[in-house]
Design a protein around this ligand. Structure first.
Ligand code: G6P
Ligand code: ZN
Length: 544
């Protein structure tokens, strides 16, 4: 087998963002671009030489081509074994599961998560470390530094590998083990949840569910687990075939992009339980009949009920949430007498806490929930957790959430997104807020008085690493809070996210909608940040 040393020019824009390197397909296809990044990964992770690499992606456009390139480069860089999902498919949590279970030296996951796919859309690549989690900043920095200085990459000359057949293929000195993408993951789910109890829910016939795979990677996982293993009727999983362009949709499970499901759940004879996952299977949305569970509440409800589920029956060590996620989970942690952590946005910040055994459950407002079973957030896991809870409690989704609010109080919560903004305007808005941080405390804004204002900074309690500039927080006593941050996952323009929350202990007031309950606070947000002035927008594009 011939190994080529190909000359390349350094690419300085290969800095991984919140979740890996995401670019338009056209950029990824620039000659040497993908290769440059992959070589930087191999150089930054010398133990891949002679080691095992997990490889797979969400099946989006360019996935299969990229897999072939990475296989050729893996041989050239001395990888001894690649564990590849059949067809190049692995959901992000399933990849994390394989990396951990087979004690590999890490994995390369091809995905741009919930961003649209197709020739004119997005592609992404990220490296996960041997704990199964997204590379922490010191690793992504090393990869980036290497990408900026590379002059050559190594690639083998070899025929295409047939990635669609299970089994082992020998390519030169490297073994490619092509595995079923679902098997190991399904086994892990069986070890956590009561499959008999969930099966009974379906076979008794009084319960119905709809899972929207959004034509993305969770289709095969949900079909196998829900329909084949748990006996849910065929057709429970809709839009189940993964397509390279996700059917032209935006594979993001929220109230805007999962409209079909939201409508189905509003029908009088609609399903009892609705759920959806995103492009690569790590996000989740949970719905009851005509009832939306905000992700922040979902985390809190799962934590409060974890003792009912086999995998967590012995209790949880602690709960972590990202800073913009509502403080509902903190109330549960307090009641359970376990530690609560507030981390910057991005799943990677949970890694150390999970590895150190400080937390069991984690969640983010961005439709991410997970536990120490893998080191990624896990969409289907969250859905199965809810399903197991419904089977254990035999109550509706809405009843479980309302009961939760009665016990703990309700944290009204919403997020308003202003998308596709001019970067200058968005940055100026944040800068203007930052300049006022010292003078805001004590000021009265509408009905609220600012008691604390900062730009969120975090010191990791396990390794002391620091992250600054993670979003502006305005606290109004212990009840209300506003957070402003710019999205770290977009590929064009800037997105401003405004997060608003207010605690309400009085159960008589829990019936309001979040938008109504939060309108006065949102008016404060618009004014204090001068959103119309800086962005030219009167209203958000997406409200969740
Ligand atoms: C990805 C990460 C999440 C994070 C989210 C934030 O999905 O995996 O951990 O919460 O990005 O996205 P944003 O666009 O708000 O930066
Ligand atoms: Zn995702």
């Amino acid at each position: 087998m011939k190994i080529h040393r190909v000359q390349t020019t350094p690419f300085t824009d290969q800095k991984p963002g919140t979740s890996g390197l995401r670019k338009k397909v056209s950029v990824m296809r620039t000659p040497h671009y993908l290769e440059n990044f992959v070589q930087a990964v191999f150089d930054a992770r010398p133990d891949l030489h002679g080691g095992t690499l997990v490889l797979g992606g969400d099946g989006r456009y360019y996935n299969r081509e990229a897999i072939q390139v990475i296989l050729r480069m893996a041989v050239a860089n001395g990888v001894s074994r690649v564990l590849l999902g059949r067809g190049g498919i692995l959901s992000t949590p399933a990849a994390s599961c394989l990396i951990r279970k087979y004690r590999t030296q890490g994995g390369i996951i091809l995905s741009a998560s919930h961003n649209p796919g197709g020739p004119d859309e997005d592609f992404g690549i990220k490296f996960n470390t041997p704990n199964g989690g997204p590379a922490p900043e010191r690793v992504t920095e090393a990869i980036h530094a290497r990408a900026c200085e590379l002059e050559h990459y190594r690639i083998a000359e070899m025929p295409e590998v047939d990635i669609d057949r299970l089994g082992r293929i020998q390519v030169g000195p490297m073994t490619v083990s092509i595995v079923d993408p679902v098997d190991d993951y399904a086994e892990l789910m069986q070890s956590l949840f009561d499959f008999d109890r969930m099966r009974a829910l379906f076979t008794e016939g009084r319960f119905s569910m709809r899972f929207d795979a959004m034509q993305a990677v969770t289709g095969p996982y949900a079909r196998r687990i829900l329909e084949e293993m748990l006996g849910a009727p065929k057709g429970t999983v809709v839009r189940a075939d993964p397509l390279p362009d996700f059917g032209g949709g935006h594979p993001d499970p929220n109230l805007v992009h999962a409209q079909d499901l939201v409508q189905a759940m509003a029908a009088p004879d609609g399903p009892d339980f609705g759920a959806a996952s995103d492009g690569d299977g790590d996000r989740n949305m949970i719905l009851g009949r005509n009832f939306f569970v905000t992700p922040s509440d979902s985390l809190a409800v799962l934590a409060a009920n974890a003792h009912r589920v086999p995998g967590y029956a012995r209790g949880i060590a602690g709960i972590a949430r990202s800073m913009p996620t509502s403080r509902a989970a903190d109330r549960v942690a307090r009641a359970l007498g376990v530690e609560a952590f507030e981390t910057p946005t991005g799943w990677k910040f949970f890694g150390n806490l999970l590895d150190a055994g400080r937390v069991t459950l984690c969640g983010e407002e961005s439709f991410g929930t997970g536990s120490d079973h893998v080191r990624e957030k896990d969409g289907l896991w969250a859905v199965l957790f809810w399903l197991d809870l419904l089977a254990a409690r035999r109550e509706s989704v809405e009843a479980i959430v309302r009961d939760h609010w009665r016990r703990f109080g309700r944290d009204f919560y919403t997020r308003h997104d202003y998308e596709g903004l001019q970067e200058d305007g968005a940055r100026a808005l944040m800068q203007a807020l930052r300049r006022r941080l010292d003078t805001l405390p004590g000021q009265r804004l509408g009905d609220y008085t600012v008691t604390h204002a900062d730009d969120f900074a975090y010191t990791d309690p396990v390794d002391g690493s620091q992250a600054r500039g993670q979003g502006i927080r305005l606290l109004f006593g212990d009840t209300a809070r506003l957070v402003f941050r710019l999205s770290g996952t977009g590929t064009s323009g800037a997105t401003l996210r405004v997060y608003a929350e207010r605690f309400e202990a009085d159960a008589a007031r829990h019936g309001d909608t979040a938008q109504t309950a939060l309108e006065p606070l949102l008016a404060v947000a618009r004014e204090v940040a001068d959103i119309p002035g800086h962005t030219g927008r009167e209203a958000p594009d997406v409200v969740t």
